[in-house]
Design a protein around this ligand. Sequence first.
Ligand SMILES: [Zn+2]
Length: 310
Amino acid sequence: MNRRLFLALFSLLVAPAVCGLLPGCRKNKPDLPPERARTGARAAYAHTRKILSYGPRPTESAALRNTRAYITDQLEQHGWTVTPQPFTRRVAPLGKQLRFINLIARFGATTEDQIDGLLGAHIDSKFYPGRRFAGADDAASAVGVILELARQLRNEPEKASRIELVFFDGEEAFGQNISPSDGLYGSKHYAQHWRTAARSPSFGIILDMVGHKDLKIRYPSDTPSFLEDALLDAARKTSSLERFTRSLNPIMDDHVALNNAGIPTIDIIGDFSQFGWWHTEADNLRRISRDSLEITLAVTSEMLSTLLRK
Ligand SMILES: [Zn+2]
């Protein structure tokens, strides 16, 4: 073997293996066991693709029913108990009542008084008659991330039994934008319960638009400071700090209902105001990146560990 061929083979085969053993060598990758991270991102992507295969999923659609059945099946396979939470609300822009169904999941036989943290995302896609709006990142990808985290949590039952997973119906407005009277139907209904509970969770994490290529997250200006600290610490540990910035303004999303009910909640949400594809047909599977899903998985998992340690 001549020297040049030896060097080429060395850099191809040996150097990457050695690099994996040196701290700091994989500087731009999340600081996770690499195999677990890649497997997780692949699984979150597969969940996202599966949900999109049902088609647009506004409230009361067959696609949303299929999405709920898929989520339920996946969670039950990993030891979670899933409870539907149905309710009806009048939707002013449509001039009629709609039936909404949230899903709530707890690990095994966990009881309400064990719950310390909430992790949620919305399952509906925006109602756009005559348009094929997939809502890949808004918010099928967030659901994909939570399903994968639920699978991983199975290996940490003590931690899993302190978390409630919640999947909101009716986050999207039926009119143009979310307003005090339109949108956030599921989270408002869900949060109502905690107002009168004997003991309520100490934190909530909402994921929304967390899988797009070139991940850019802008969380609301009124994020509770301990949750902002937990997010930024997790981002630092996973070498993804540059992905996260604080908005100059509050944002109307599912975290608002929980904050109003006294549960401090962060909304980890994509910087939608800067995305030309937000609420368009271009929010499809091509928008989704496994690398971005990997970052969100790592950051959320790290946050849960930190917050549940307290
Ligand atoms: Zn949306």
